[in-house]
Design a binder for this molecule. Structure first.
Ligand code: URA
Length: 209
């Protein structure tokens, strides 16, 4: 896909936010995001823009970091190994993947699955914020450190952010580990136990008092 030459400037977060704000519907936003050229390196490394899944009526939005290879190939978030584990843990908690929205803080695959740069996250936040405004979720469930930091800032560790429902402008936020950490540390590792516990907490919150 063509785009700005390597080394050319990133679009400002304000420019992306203005384009996102002009979108009235999810499909308008998806079309506009698919044409985004804000981040020169991501334009070169992506083959698709992974806009996200947003089933009607979803009360919770899961937010990950950025698409990987399978997401880039299919155009859908969390469909690779991490996604399959997420689906399994969701089902264990009694939650249906088809009923939850799934987004990423960055919508294009970074080369080699590197962590997105601050400028990329900042530019892409215009799309994410508009998506959250349209979905108006009751709960935001962040997966991994990048997504947690995006909403809560860099001052907290993931371990200290867990176990609290944080009030953020876009909704009530629960932070947990990324499924890739659960894969890395294996079935008996601490991240998988934590993810299980946090999904059970989310299921309780959704069931309400
Ligand atoms: N990891 C993420 O953070 N997001 C995806 O969509 C896939 C893997």
């Amino acid at each position: 896909m063509s785009g700005p030459a390597a080394g050319s400037a990133y679009d400002s977060p304000a420019a992306v936010a203005a384009r996102a704000a002009a979108c009235r519907t999810w499909s308008e936003l998806a079309d506009a995001a698919r044409r985004c050229t804000a981040c020169p390196d991501l334009v070169r490394s992506r083959s698709t823009v992974v806009v996200g899944d947003a089933p009607a009526g979803s009360r919770v939005v899961f937010v990950g970091e950025a698409p990987g290879a399978e997401e880039d190939a299919t155009g859908r978030p969390f469909v690779g190994r991490s996604g399959r584990l997420l689906d399994e843990l969701l089902a264990e908690a009694g939650l249906d993947r088809a009923g939850v929205a799934v987004l990423n803080i960055v919508k294009c695959r970074p080369a080699g699955n590197r962590t997105p740069r601050a400028a990329e996250t900042a530019s892409c936040s215009g799309w994410l914020n508009r998506q959250l405004g349209m979905l108006a979720p009751e709960f935001i469930f962040t997966l991994g450190l990048s997504a947690m930091k995006h909403f809560l800032g860099g001052g907290l560790s993931l371990a200290s952010a867990r176990g609290t429902v944080h009030e953020v402008p876009a909704g009530r936020l629960v932070a947990t580990y990324h499924p890739s950490a659960a894969l890395r540390f294996g079935p008996l590792g601490a991240p998988r136990t934590a993810l299980r516990e946090d999904l059970a907490t989310l299921a309780e919150l959704l069931a309400g008092p």
